[in-house]
Design a protein around this ligand. Structure first.
Ligand code: NAI
Ligand code: MG
Length: 397
């Protein structure tokens, strides 16, 4: 069997902790790979003035598959204060390496599954008829456009005269914002392209087709954001008609969808959205299944590069703990998405089953699952450490 090479990018903070645990689980499941270290994150900003060094980009270009922990980004004033003294004043500017990686490799298709684990004490419950308690089984795949829209980075404070003049040609800008001095303006654009909008919508249709679902939900706001949200909805409707006649298009507005989250989340199996609304709605759904400790993701680009990562950040306050207390499940489930991509179905299924068993048994639980505040004393209070819950998952394998 060919041994694959995976670019392991721990990043900062708890990214380093959870990535190591996921690799332990992959090893235990018999997945054979070489892991090469991809440098990324705050550390490399401070030391080299570049949080995503070219050597990491080269590794991803070569090996195509990345497992990523999490990075730390800090506010503007801290970026220069923490840069190595010899690099200061040389024009280095901090940028988010994860956003840069997504744009460089055009990792435009982001999948964020949110599926209930039975027995998770963090599962969402609601009141049913006659004061009964219901625990809906959520099984939603969110397709988030990952490179465009409000996170596209096309923005200005005090825009140039050329940009300002162009904006002034729009009657809505002239009438509603023309009074504002240019120097007091901040503008962030929301750009959608038909090509990448169609790619994310198509990915959602393909998934619905594979799973036998009758519809996909476009979660945007086309009645107000008429051009961009409108484009996504129209593309979806045409695709349904021309390519996926058996699959309907439902549309919900992001604000209403947030409200429906707690009413009937089990009714949504496939949701597709732009970058920011996809980010919002996926965190909303993640909250129903246990939150950041459980939320995994995969990102795919058109040139064959794929990166798998938990949706949580580097949780700096937990990074320095002698015994780590954070939940590694989001990272382990992200590793399972990597196995899906590599067609290692049997290993992915076994790991998912092991995670499911450990959660259902409820004997080994990290602090978040015990609803404790994350402090070093949670171990004395009976919470499992990061390592202990990983060991339990490995035993269950
Ligand atoms: P965060 O996700 O790092 O942490 C928020 C809170 O969620 C934590 O305080 C903790 O209570 C909980 N949490 C997160 N992961 C957990 C886990 N595995 N187990 C148990 N509890 C967990 O988000 P925050 O605090 O907003 O950002 C911290 C840093 O991470 C910032 O520098 C931010 O820029 C960065 N960040 C990086 C991301 C990435 O690398 N993709 C995504 C989000 C934030
Ligand atoms: Mg987010």
């Amino acid at each position: 069997m060919i041994k694959r090479t995976i670019v392991a990018m721990p990043g900062d903070g708890i990214g380093k902790v959870v990535l190591d645990e996921a690799i332990r689980v992959l090893d235990a499941a018999g997945f054979e790979a070489n892991y090469v270290q991809g440098d990324i994150g705050w550390e490399f900003w401070c030391k080299e003035g570049n949080p995503l060094p070219d050597r990491t980009i080269k590794l991803l270009e070569e090996h195509k598959i990345g497992l990523f922990g999490a990075i730390t980004s800090k506010p503007k004033d801290k970026t220069l204060a923490e840069l190595a003294p010899e690099l200061r004043g040389k024009g280095y500017v901090y940028y988010s390496p994860i956003v840069a990686m997504r744009q460089h490799f055009k990792l435009d298709i982001c999948l964020r599954p949110c599926k209930t684990f039975k027995g998770n004490p963090l599962n969402f419950i609601r009141r049913g008829p006659n004061n009964t308690i219901e625990e809906p089984l959520v099984d939603t795949m969110i397709f988030r456009q990952n490179t465009e829209g409000l996170y596209g980075g096309v923005e200005w404070t005090n825009p140039s005269a050329q940009v300002y003049d162009a904006l002034m040609t729009h009657p809505k800008f002239r009438d509603n914002f023309g009074w504002c001095p240019k120097a007091e303006l901040a503008v962030s654009t929301r750009i959608f392209t038909a090509k990448y909008t169609a790619r994310i919508v198509k990915a959602a249709f393909e998934y619905a087709k594979e799973k036998g679902y009758k519809g996909i939900t476009v979660c945007e706001k086309p009645n107000v954001i008429r051009e961009t949200s409108g484009m996504m909805l129209k593309i979806a409707q045409e695709m349904s008609k021309n390519e996926y006649p058996g699959i309907e298009v439902w549309d919900t507005n992001i604000d209403a969808q947030m409200m429906w989250l707690t009413k009937n989340p089990e009714d949504y199996n496939v949701i597709v959205a732009g970058n920011m609304f996809g980010d919002i709605i996926s965190d909303g759904f993640a909250g129903l299944i246990g939150g950041l400790g459980f939320a995994c993701s995969a990102q795919f680009g058109e040139n064959g590069v794929a990166v798998f990562e938990p949706t949580h950040g580097s949780a700096p306050k937990y990074a320095g703990y002698e015994t780590s207390i954070v939940n590694p499940i989001a990272m382990i489930m992200s590793a399972c998405m990597m196995l899906d991509h590599l067609k290692e179905d049997e290993k992915a299924a076994r790991i998912r089953k092991a995670v499911t068993m450990v959660i259902a048994e409820g004997k080994v639980r990290t602090y978040d699952m015990m609803k404790l505040t994350g402090r070093p004393d949670v171990i004395q209070k009976g919470a499992a450490s990061t390592r202990e819950i990983t060991d339990a998952i490995i035993n269950a394998l």
